[in-house]
Ligand binder design. Structure first.
Ligand code: USQ
Length: 382
């Protein structure tokens, strides 16, 4: 397939590009380095140095003989998006090109507006470029489990059948996001659904939970191919943060009561899910939605697991609840369905002690790069 990856420099975009190229697909990545610029501006640089795309592509080619094409440009600009689709004639467009941090989106007006404009503009431009120039292409859009919030009923995969006054119909599952970033993803889904039902686009929306991990088949070929591994309060996801805190000897920062439960997945499983979805596309006029997670944990359970993994290699890990900077339920029901991707062929990599220990060992090698002033939350929801 010809695969166009929007946001190909990110934590997930770059490993996805390598995975598809290694599988023999013809891959082009587009990025404007927005996340790198925000990370620099907020003192949130990743733990391991991540070369730029030109360097990454050259290192990847030397390691595998495979090519990845690059376009540097801002996809919120319609010309950049339309040119990219025109040039590459994609069979699949994988859309990661969004400002992905909930805390950044809650930092202030400028950051909220940047998140809102970038995320919605890129989705809108992507829809129009595909509709006008490659209407048969399959859009694989990274959504988030955070779109649903934490309802007191089971979370279905995207859709809910409702019986009301004796009649039945099927609707998008109700959404109630907990940050402006997550809300932009709700709006993305609505936009996609509108253009699917009016113009027959093919779309898969992957509702992903927080991802953890460093290791993929391709990233392990050369240390410079590592994904951008953030541990700060703005870009770091909770498991990656806890592991770095364990290595740095900082008590694990459980926000509030720690009963917040989410659906997690290993970075390797993000790659599997995206490729399974791309290789078995949605039909024309179909908005197919999968919940992309492999297991659910509360924050307290995660902290216990990291503490246990630390003790296996002689690291004494302390856990400490701190006031929750976010507005979220700290005790709630959480039961998301997630069988769709397993039915497509997903074979999960679970969060075993071996996985956590190997991440700790890898992080230990970069211990001297950990900046401890990036750990405590700098952004509050109110
Ligand atoms: N949390 C802590 N301590 C920390 C960091 C986080 O207790 O030091 C808690 C948060 O309060 C939250 C949970 O851990 O309840 C998950 O937080 P997170 O920062 O790992 O994840 P989140 O901000 O929700 O966002 C991340 C990605 C985002 C993706 C989302 C999936 O950054 O791009 O969409 O995970 S989900 O959470 O299912 O919406």
């Amino acid at each position: 397939m010809r695969v166009l990856i929007l946001g190909g420099d990110g934590y997930l975009g770059w490993p996805t590009a390598m995975d598809f190229a290694q599988a023999g697909h013809d891959v082009t990545v587009v990025d404007n380095y927005m996340r790198r610029q925000i990370a620099e501006a907020t003192d949130s640089d990743p733990l391991m140095a991540a070369p730029n795309l030109t360097e990454r592509v050259a290192i990847f080619k030397a390691a595998t003989g495979r090519e990845i094409s690059i376009i540097i440009g801002d996809l919120a600009d319609p010309d950049v998006m339309f040119d990219a689709v025109r040039q590459t004639k994609p069979d699949t467009v994988i859309h990661y090109a969004e400002q992905p941090s909930a805390p950044y989106s809650m930092r202030g007006f400028r950051e909220a507006r940047q998140t809102f404009q970038n995320n919605l503009d890129v989705t809108f431009n992507c829809i129009w470029a595909v509709k006008e120039l490659a209407p048969e292409a399959h859009i694989v859009k990274l959504g988030t489990m955070g779109e649903y919030g934490t309802p007191n009923i089971d979370i279905e995969e995207g859709w809910l059948e409702i019986e009301h006054k004796g009649r039945k119909d099927k609707f998008l599952y109700p959404r109630a996001a907990g940050s402006l970033y997550h809300t932009t993803k709700v709006l993305d889904t609505d936009l996609l659904w509108f253009y699917v039902r009016t113009h027959g686009l093919r779309v898969t929306d992957l509702m992903q939970g927080p991802v953890y991990g460093l290791s993929t088949n391709e990233a392990d070929l050369d240390p410079r191919l590592v994904p951008n591994f953030h541990y700060d309060d703005i870009f770091g996801t909770v498991v990656n943060r806890f592991l770095v805190q364990a290595v740095a000897g900082i008590p694990l920062t459980v926000y509030g009561g720690g009963g917040q439960t989410r659906g997690y997945l290993n970075l390797r499983d993000t790659l599997q899910c995206v490729r399974l979805a791309a290789e078995q596309p949605a039909g024309a006029g179909e908005l197919r939605i999968f919940n992309q997670l492999t297991e659910t944990f509360s924050v307290n359970e995660l902290a216990d697991r990291v503490q246990q993994a630390g003790s296996k290699i002689g690291i004494d890990v302390e856990i400490k609840s701190i006031p929750n900077p976010r507005k979220e339920k700290e005790e709630h029901y959480y039961n998301p369905t997630h069988s769709g991707l397993v039915d497509l062929g997903l074979e999960p990599h679970f969060m075993t002690q071996e996985v956590l220990v190997s991440m700790l060992e890898r992080i230990l090698k970069s211990k001297d790069r950990i900046a401890v002033d990036r750990i405590m939350p700098r952004v509050r929801w109110s």
